[in-house]
Design a binder for this molecule. Structure first.
Ligand code: F0G
Length: 482
């Protein structure tokens, strides 16, 4: 993907690939979309794919693969122990990241389980730029707590700070002093910080954080799941790295980290994950847990075909044409929406476009889940499935009270190399319609609320009949159109 200047002066993203395998998708009438949303308990996680037109729930496990990845899958070496496929993957990881030891897992949260079991002791605190849902859950299950030390701008919806995922160095120093370094189980940097809108961390920030961690002897853990987007932003937004090869950027940042892990569902392939370190003392206790939870050390819950695809996919992550596709589409969608007056997180990050539901639905109190309501309304209006990233995605406190999220976002993830520009334009058009009719959207309340990670399969209902009214208005405005 590269930006090509058109004669008209417009900047239109051009795909640097062609599509040679396709999957049919269905756009159903608004009445059906309303009925399916009701069946799904106003939770987009509970929709079936056959009911969805554009699936922008996540970029996890749904990215397009290259012909080289499919070709590699055909020469996988299957065996319980000692598979040649594993050694191929291990050597790609050693070469790309410069780390010595690799532990395979079935996905990212499995890495979090293992890291948390080994390093989180009851009463300890993990300092992080920002939590991710599953990361926090694992830390808490092991008796720890999470403290967020992101720069203030990371939580400002609209900003021109190119690295809103950065850790605030003053906050880091202050937290270590207040908590005491022995009580800090680790500092965690999340690349492409997911819950604040896919916002990157600069190399400079990683370097500063690692210096402080080394000084205090505190473990530095890197969540590299959204590494591809973060690499793109370091290359395009951090002056000192403009002319540095992606592979060199990767190695430099990995050298700052004691332990790195990733969800391969986002990075390089569609399944799997892994933990990397060059420190044997850290490696050995984590290794013990792999056969217990994942599988033997040479597959860790992945199939050999997945490992082959991952090995090729990781190498392709060093190609700017591959890693720029999502960020450039995110930028295109954000710019279209901003031009129509719709509030979105800026600057555009990786992963997806994030609509500011607090501003969009300013008439809905946070206790009534404005981001959840907007995600449901968008599905009814368009068949586009986004994800609530706000109060619904928060865990309840130990006393049962409900923390209100700092930001109420609807994430429209853009899986890598899956959708085209007409899809992006369609999404922008339907959101613009919804924005004009935003007064029709109402709040939600829980009907069934699971105790852990409630957003996954919690069921809700609308307060009043706003969903029916919205569908009626759509039919009135769009006539016969889907
Ligand atoms: N860390 C980050 C930053 C993630 O975004 C995710 C997953 C994980 C860890 C867990 O990885 O799903 O392979 O177990 N994010 C997905 C998302 C679920 O939709 O953003 P996993």
């Amino acid at each position: 993907m590269s930006k090509v200047t058109f004669l008209s002066g417009e900047n239109i993203p051009i795909e640097m690939h062609k599509v040679r395998m396709v999957q049919k998708i269905n756009l159903l009438p608004v009445e059906d979309r309303l009925a399916y949303m009701k069946e799904a308990g106003f939770n987009t996680f509970l929709l079936k794919n056959r009911e969805v037109f554009l699936d922008m729930l996540t970029d996890s496990g749904v990215n397009a693969m290259s012909e080289n990845q499919y070709a590699a899958m055909m020469q996988a070496d299957d065996s319980y122990a000692g598979s040649e496929t594993y050694y191929r993957l291990e050597s790609v990881i050693q070469d790309l990241f410069g780390t010595e030891y690799f532990l395979p897992t079935h996905q990212g949260r499995a890495c979090e389980n293992i890291i948390s079991q080994v390093f989180v002791k009851p009463g300890t605190v993990a300092l992080t730029n920002y939590h991710f849902t599953t990361t926090q859950a694992h830390i808490v299950v092991n008796g720890g707590t999470v403290e967020e030390i992101i720069s203030d701008e990371g939580l400002t919806i609209q900003s021109d700070n190119p690295f809103k995922g950065n850790i605030d160095i003053d906050k880091l120093n202050e937290s270590i002093k207040r908590i005491g370094k022995e009580k800090v189980c680790f500092v965690r940097i999340e690349a492409g910080t997911n819950l604040v809108g896919g916002q990157p961390v600069s190399m400079r920030n990683m370097r500063e954080v690692s210096e402080i961690c080394r000084k205090h002897g505190i473990l530095l853990v890197f969540d590299a799941s959204l590494l591809a987007d973060n690499l793109y932003f370091i290359k395009t937004r951090e002056e000192a790295y403009k002319n540095v090869e992606i592979k060199d950027i990767m190695r430099e940042m990995m050298a700052f980290m004691d332990i790195s892990y990733f969800s391969a569902r986002k990075l390089g392939a569609a399944r799997g994950g892994g933990i990397m370190t060059s420190n044997k003392e850290l490696y050995l206790p984590m290794r013990e847990l792999i056969p217990l939870y994942e599988g033997f050390l040479t597959y860790g819950g992945m199939s050999v075909r997945e490992m082959e695809a991952l090995a090729v996919g990781l190498v392709e992550t060093t190609d700017m044409d591959v890693i720029s596709q999502t960020p450039i589409f995110v930028e295109a969608l954000c710019n279209e929406l901003l031009a129509k007056g719709v509030p979105v997180v800026t600057p555009p990050g990786g992963l997806g476009c994030h609509v500011d539901a607090k501003a969009f639905c300013s008439h809905i109190p946070q206790e009534q889940y404005p981001a959840g309501a907007l995600a449901a309304a968008l599905f009814i209006a368009s068949g586009v499935r986004g994800m609530e990233r706000g109060t619904l995605s928060e865990m309840r406190n130990a006393d049962g009270s409900q923390p209100l999220a700092v930001m109420e976002l609807v994430r429209l993830a853009i899986p890598k190399r899956v959708y085209t520009l007409s899809h992006i334009k369609y999404v922008a058009d339907r959101i613009a319609w919804l924005y004009k009719n935003r007064h029709l959207i109402g709040g939600l309340e829980f009907v069934e609320e699971p105790k852990v990670l409630r957003f996954f399969f919690g069921r809700l209902k609308p307060l009043g009949d706003w969903a029916d009214q919205l569908a009626k208005q759509f039919r009135k405005d769009f006539g016969d159109s889907l």
